[in-house]
Design a protein around this ligand. Structure first.
Ligand code: RIB
Length: 305
């Protein structure tokens, strides 16, 4: 069984579907409300588990109702939760999410316990890094914890995937970037990472990110597909056309699936195709974790919904 270690955030998502995203200062009447498990780290851990990997999730949740509820959910998914800390000082992370009629979203996160994840929390799971095939992290927890993740992945010779979401406000430290094997930003995150202007092309940003020393750069472009740049060159891979209900966690479905396919020994190109199928399925459903597909769905997905 492929083994994946995921280090990252865990949130409870409060989601309202609305005709559109409200403007600053505006109140609008929405449609449906759902409260579901989310958080980029947890979403990627659940995505990988549903796709058949053994997953160890390293995280912090509050010692509160949301933390207990989410922890039970991860256990039901078969995720190894031994390295999830129940934080006594901070509440669980919460995300407020508005989803518009086109499935686009706007998210505000109150990170709570996520921001107290330490390098020591990560190091406690070192035995799992040694057994892993692939290690996966995002940027919704403190950078020192992400850096320790990359260092441990490197120490044990494991492939390190960094999904640099949300977009960082400062350049990433070289001690982190030097141990990243695969970087999977969306366009906004790529702009932030290479300090590029709004009009910069994905191709120029992929080149700039490779120049920072990352061997494989995969820029996700929503319904425009994916731009893959590695030592072999650059290629655009088109997205599967689907009816978008909610794009929340599409990037997480992609990252989790990419990790599983690579852990199973697929090539980067094959892993991207697998991840694109998982992401396409996820946007056809509302909510973060409820939208993440199971293995049989991704294997059977023929392209159109
Ligand atoms: O990537 C989607 C996630 O971002 C949501 O589940 C929300 O919790 C925020 O972390």
């Amino acid at each position: 069984m492929a083994r994946v270690v995921v280090v990252g955030s865990a949130n409870m998502d409060m989601v309202v579907r609305a005709p559109r995203i409200p403007r600053p200062g505006e109140t609008i009447v929405g449609l449906q409300f759902v409260m579901v498990a989310g958080g980029k780290g947890a979403n990627q851990a659940v995505a990988a588990a549903r796709l058949g990997a053994h997953v160890t999730f390293v995280a912090r949740v509050g010692n509160d109702l949301f933390g207990a509820h989410n922890l039970e959910g991860y256990q039901r998914e078969g995720i190894d939760c031994r390295f999830i800390v129940r934080d006594e000082e901070s509440p669980s992370g919460v995300a407020l999410i508005a989803v518009d009629a086109e499935g686009q979203n706007a998210i505000v996160v109150a990170p709570g316990a996520n921001m107290r994840l330490t390098p020591e929390d990560v190091a406690r799971a070192e035995e799992e890094f040694a057994r892993a095939d692939v290690v996966l992290a995002q940027l919704e927890v403190p950078i020192p914890a992400v850096t320790r993740t990359a260092e441990l992945a490197h120490k044990h010779g494991k492939r390190m995937i960094l999904n640099p979401a949300p977009a960082p406000r400062h350049p990433l430290p070289p001690e982190l970037l030097q141990h990243v094997d695969i970087l999977t930003p969306n366009e906004t995150e790529a702009q932030a990472l290479c300090n590029a202007p709004d009009y910069a092309s994905p191709e120029s940003m992929a080149q700039a990110l490779r120049a920072l020393g990352v061997p494989v750069v995969i820029i996700t472009l929503g319904d425009q597909g994916v731009l893959l740049q590695d030592a072999a060159g650059m290629q655009r891979m088109p997205a599967h056309p689907v009816q978008a209900i909610d794009t929340t966690a599409a990037g997480d479905a992609f990252a989790g699936a990419l990790a599983v396919a690579l852990a199973e020994g697929e090539s980067v190109e094959e892993a991207v195709q697998f991840a694109q199928r998982a992401a396409a399925l996820s946007v056809t459903r509302l909510g973060a974790q409820p939208s993440l597909p199971y293995r049989a769905e991704v294997d059977d997905f023929s392209g159109l919904i």
